[in-house]
Design a protein around this ligand. Structure first.
Ligand code: ADP
Ligand code: ADP
Ligand code: MG
Length: 535
């Protein structure tokens, strides 16, 4: 353990641990020694309530209670709504639970795992959506979410990003009092994440909305208040009182909640304002020539570039612009049109979609890549931060999306290579796992003086990891242009100006924050062409 736990920490001290004394009675407990939930998020018409915390901490349990599907038992045998009303009398949640008890609250939910939808629904997008259109807003939603081209496609043929937007439209089209979105960002690029955030804010004008989101830049711009959720996944979960969005995210990053007097992580997550290192300090790993790659309906043009030893390059751009194609060409998985790449370095590559084709136990699989798996260095630098130890005996074929992602990141870093390419490592990871993965990749590159390239849509991950950036522009699914690597300032400027958003750094934690559109700072930065921070 890390020495701060009051309980014995079974999770290698990745999570917290410490239960405030006043939390003696849970809102709900599953069975005698089952998972216990302390506290509930507040839901209020006219605002978006965000929840910030890892998976397995009781978020779905909260929603079961708030939607009236489950009566909380306060740790006892069986609960009743009378008991709930008594418990909440005199609080802001009393009125809400009165309606729940009377059966007059209508809830609309977007499930966390959209991949399940094709199993439950066979038919066309149009049929699915028309069934849910109680509010008459469907046309507007289809338009805003860019779904018109896929209305007549089968649900089973949609990509992850398309399914996600259909699921969001279906949830939003219902006429409910309370809307719950269990993650909005999976499979979506940053353009789409911002669009969805704006849509959810519109809904919240006259409805109550609760959102779970692991992309902190999006949670930050989307929410009006945030509850931090902490505890021991599968053991117990605590939902704090609502906090201001900025404060909640800052406290979470620092790893300490002062009002609760609880440490949720042994160390803080830091954003550094790192000046680019001088070129001669680091040395060049490889130079590559420009190339092009044409598919049937899509063409990619990549400008030449040079990669440096020990640097992490971020790769950013919308979905369908050729990012995966670009890294596949570098990794030697695809040939460019002109000729073979003259690229005599070895590359370890984690693809965007991780496919499992055998059912080895995790540890056996990783050992097969390298014997360094059994060293204490590996344990400290890879296994612990990626929470591999409790997966070691499990079969690859039985892992969930987030578990498989962590193993795939580890496998990529376990191989001996000159360069490491990770395509969307944040996918399926919760907020805590993302920060651990970010740290793992960065330290790996620094300590081993290896070059790494990371494609991702999570701005916090990109900002924390990258020294330089490769920016993609073009028209999704038609053509894409990969620019040469540039410094963060210049690259982010280009990227953000395409998005039409500006960033400032938080004074306290230096994390990036999206400026409110048309705010003083937003207009000032745009007029100066400084989309990425302005000092
Ligand atoms: P989250 O949504 O934050 O991932 P959940 O609310 O789904 O978390 O689950 C929290 C914990 O409660 C999990 O460890 C899960 O095993 C346990 N749990 C969830 N539902 C039940 C149930 N019906 N019976 C017993 N335990 C449950
Ligand atoms: P990104 O990673 O930026 O989302 P991709 O490189 O995966 O983009 O894809 C860019 C475009 O190329 C998409 O329109 C995709 O459908 C198309 N594409 C990708 N791979 C192939 C392939 N093997 N054959 C034909 N088209 C492809
Ligand atoms: Mg891709």
């Amino acid at each position: 353990g890390c020495g701060i736990c009051i309980n014995k920490c079974p999770f290698d001290a990745i999570m917290i641990i410490g239960l405030p004394e006043e939390l003696d009675k849970p809102i709900h407990r599953y069975g005698t020694n089952g998972f216990a939930l302390y506290g509930l998020p507040s839901v209020e018409t006219g605002r978006v309530t965000g929840i910030l915390g890892p998976n397995g901490i009781g978020k779905s349990t909260c929603v079961q209670i708030l939607s009236g599907n489950m009566i909380p038992n306060f740790g006892g045998e069986e609960g009743s709504w009378d008991e709930v009303l008594e418990y909440y009398s005199g609080t802001s949640m009393y009125e809400y639970f009165s309606k729940v008890a009377a059966g007059t609250i209508k809830v609309s939910q977007k499930p966390q795992y959209v991949d399940m939808i094709p199993k439950a629904f066979k038919g066309k997008t149009r049929e699915l959506l028309e069934n849910t259109d109680e509010s008459g807003r469907l046309d507007d939603l289809v338009n805003k979410l860019g779904l018109s081209n896929i209305m007549d496609r089968n649900i089973g043929d949609l990509s992850g990003g398309e399914l996600q937007r259909v699921a969001i439209a279906a949830c939003a089209a219902k006429d409910a009092d309370f809307y719950f979105f269990d993650e909005i960002s999976p499979y979506l690029d940053i353009y789409q994440r911002i669009k969805v955030s704006q849509l959810i804010q519109e809904i919240s004008q006259d409805k109550a909305v609760l959102v779970v989101e692991h992309d902190l830049a999006i949670l930050d711009m989307l929410s009006d208040v945030v509850h931090v959720a902490y505890g021991m996944p599968s053991g117990y979960g605590v939902i704090t009182h609502p906090k201001g969005v900025r404060i909640a995210i800052n406290q979470y990053l620092k790893g300490y909640l002062p009002e609760e007097n609880v440490r949720v992580r042994p160390d803080s997550i830091n954003f550094e304002v790192h000046p680019p290192r001088a070129e001669k300090e680091v040395g060049t790993l490889v130079e590559y020539e420009g190339f092009s790659k044409n598919y049937d309906k899509f063409s990619l043009k990549a400008a030449e570039g040079s990669l440096r030893n020990g640097e992490v390059l971020g790769v950013v751009g919308p979905n369908g612009i050729g990012k995966s194609t670009f890294v596949k060409v570098l990794a030697g998985e695809e040939e460019p049109d002109e000729k073979e790449m003259d690229f005599d370095i070895s590359i370890s590559y984690k693809p965007q979609y991780v496919v499992v084709d055998h059912n080895l136990p995790v540890k056996y699989f990783l050992r097969g890549i390298s014997s360094k798996v059994d060293t204490s260095y590996y344990e400290a630098e890879i296994a612990k931060p990626l929470q591999l130890e409790r997966l070691y005996d499990r079969s690859l074929a039985d892992l969930s999306g987030g578990e498989l992602q962590r193993v795939a990141i580890a496998a990529c870093l376990t191989r001996d290579a000159d360069m490491y390419i990770l395509d969307e490592p944040s996918a399926h990871l919760d907020v805590e796992q993302r920060s651990q993965a970010t740290k793992t990749i960065k330290r790996f590159a620094e300590n081993n003086k290896k070059t790494a390239m990371v494609v991702d849509h999570d701005i916090y991950m990109i900002d924390m990891l990258s020294e330089r950036l490769i920016v993609f522009e073009g028209e999704p699914a038609v053509y894409g242009e990969a620019h040469s690597p540039t410094g963060m300032q210049k690259g982010m400027n280009k990227f953000l100006s395409n998005l039409d958003i500006t960033f400032r750094r938080d004074e306290d934690t230096s994390r990036p924050r999206v400026n409110k559109k048309d705010s003083h700072l937003d207009r000032l930065q745009k007029s100066k062409g400084e989309y990425y921070y302005y000092n």
